[in-house]
Design a protein around this ligand. Structure first.
Ligand code: GRF
Length: 217
């Protein structure tokens, strides 16, 4: 049973509160925020947290009228303090689901455990192929015919948690890293809100490495 399922009785079908962690451009955060503007969408963005001061995503979030905070790593003596501050930001807004959207820091096992099966990430490859940085470059260098993107639950191991959804993007003959990344990004913007919807509807059940998608009511 997921955390969402366990609580959905109490929350009476309210929209779930999402915290989005970013470090840069924030286009996935924006896609989530735009999906959440639909009153029929079962989630709402409660806060956007960036660890990078000049992140474009912070401006985008504020432009969309979202609550946006900066939590800079260098202002804390250690990762523990930095993560405690992020957790405080999330707790203050009663965040139930954390979405990593281009957040460039690896969260500690402690953080991940505190939000067990309540953190999602999006990655621009068909995991488990090409985890880590520059996934599109890795895909091109490897010569794969198909790449894509993956939404997965976050575990302590980077880009390795149970897979929620994937979208396939064919690699074209003349693709550069930029053209491939742009076509993958289009799919990311569709896939991430879909995964959040499934989570919010209590339709994701983690069974070991596999995620079962339950039918809609
Ligand atoms: C996306 O490609 C995402 O898959 C990866 O980092 C990039 C973030 O882009 N994790 P944006 O900040 O959401 O525009």
């Amino acid at each position: 049973m997921t955390g969402r399922e366990a609580r959905s009785g109490e929350s009476g079908g309210d929209r779930i509160r999402v915290g989005v962690l970013i470090s840069g451009r924030g286009s996935n955060m924006e896609a989530l925020a735009r999906a959440c503007r639909d009153p029929a969408f079962p989630a709402t963005v409660a806060v956007v947290v960036s660890d990078v001061p000049g992140a474009r995503g912070l401006e985008v979030a504020r432009g969309l009228g979202l609550d946006a905070s900066l939590v800079e790593r260098r202002q804390y003596a250690d990762r523990d303090g930095f993560e405690r501050r992020i957790r405080q930001e999330l707790q203050e807004r009663h965040v139930e689901l954390v979405c990593l959207a281009g957040f460039m820091r690896v969260l500690s096992g402690r953080f991940v455990e505190a939000y067990r099966e309540r953190i999602l990430n999006i990655h621009p490859s068909l995991l488990p192929a090409f985890p880590g940085l520059h996934a599109q470059r890795q895909a091109l260098r490897h010569g794969v015919r198909y790449s894509g993107c993956t939404v997965h639950f976050v575990t302590a191991e980077v880009d390795a948690g149970p897979i929620v959804l994937q979208a396939v993007v064919p690699v074209e003959q003349d693709d550069t890293e930029e053209t491939l990344a742009a076509r993958i990004l289009e799919q990311e913007h569709r896939l991430y809100p879909e995964a959040v919807r499934l989570y919010a509807e209590g339709r994701l059940r983690v069974e070991g490495r596999r995620v079962r998608i339950l039918p809609a009511d």
